[in-house]
Design a protein around this ligand. Structure first.
Ligand code: HEC
Ligand code: HEC
Ligand code: HEC
Ligand code: HEC
Length: 149
């Protein structure tokens, strides 16, 4: 009798442990997208972004209005603007959370890294100028066309 219940105990123990481990695993898998998306940032763009980073403490120029829609309509890939470099390779993919440019590009220049103002100008103006040179429809490149005050 005694040895039988011990046998049962040994037989049941691993199963319930595995079951419990499975439950925790499932719970973790289910929570990852919920917690991940909340802590890292949004995954879908706003209809209109008012670019006015708080990182610039004394502003010289007014905010810049940016529409994802007009860029999507021009068939520009999300990865033309969004990146997360690992060993020099962009590993960011559409559907993943987006961090603000200012989370990585600082106002003060740092070694090997564009400062925030030049990161924006290189990306925004850089593409607009290049597109215009190619004789295609392009976005603005004069200060007051982007900075609305
Ligand atoms: C032409 C450049 C550009 C393209 C293309 C682009 N984005 Fe963005 N996106 C931005 C900028 C600039 C911001 C604002 C970043 C900041 O606040 O520092 C932004 C912000 C976001 C945000 C944060 C929420 C918001 O709207 O501020 C999400 C999510 C996002 N983009 C997703 C996407 C996805 C998905 C695509 C492709 C369908 C895409 N973006 C294409 C430039 C771009
Ligand atoms: C997760 C951190 C991170 C975020 C967020 C980020 N960058 Fe970068 N960015 C980098 C790093 C790191 C490099 C340098 C890559 C290299 O030179 O190997 C870089 C390079 C660049 C470059 C140089 C050319 C290129 O595309 O590689 C531009 C322009 C730029 N970033 C603009 C932006 C803008 C604008 C935003 C917001 C829409 C942004 N970055 C968001 C980390 C980031
Ligand atoms: C990879 C190329 C590319 C990049 C990067 C890019 N743009 Fe553009 N942008 C375009 C093109 C192409 C158009 C013209 C769309 C049209 O008129 O059909 C445009 C149009 C615009 C317009 C006028 C239409 C509108 O939505 O009001 C504004 C403003 C603008 N871009 C701002 C920005 C800003 C700010 C950034 C950087 C955060 C940026 N763009 C980055 C290619 C780009
Ligand atoms: C294609 C759009 C575009 C054009 C053209 C442009 N900028 Fe910007 N600029 C931006 C964006 C986007 C930012 C970042 C805005 C933010 O988050 O505050 C920025 C930031 C700045 C900043 C830092 C923030 C501040 O106000 O102190 C300065 C200074 C600036 N721009 C000056 C200029 C000047 C001068 C010109 C003309 C020679 C110019 N920009 C043309 C898009 C543009």
């Amino acid at each position: 009798m005694k040895s039988r219940s011990l046998l049962n105990y040994l037989r049941l123990r691993p199963v319930s442990t595995i079951r419990r481990a499975c439950c925790y695993f499932l719970l973790a898998v289910l929570l990852v997208p919920v917690l991940g998306a909340k802590s890292l940032g949004p995954t879908t763009p706003k209809p209109m972004s008012r670019l006015e980073s708080q990182s610039f403490q004394r502003r010289e120029k007014g905010p810049v209005l940016f529409r994802h829609q007009s860029h999507e309509a021009a068939r520009i890939a999300c990865t033309a603007c969004h990146h997360d470099y690992v060993n020099g390779r962009n590993v960011w993919r559409q559907g993943q959370p987006v961090a603000a440019c200012a989370e990585c590009h600082q106002v003060r220049p740092q070694a090997g890294m564009l400062d925030l103002k030049n990161a924006f100008h290189r990306q925004c103006k850089g593409c607009h100028l290049k597109t215009r040179q190619q004789g295609r429809r392009a976005g603005p490149s004069r200060c007051e066309e982007c900075h609305r005050s």
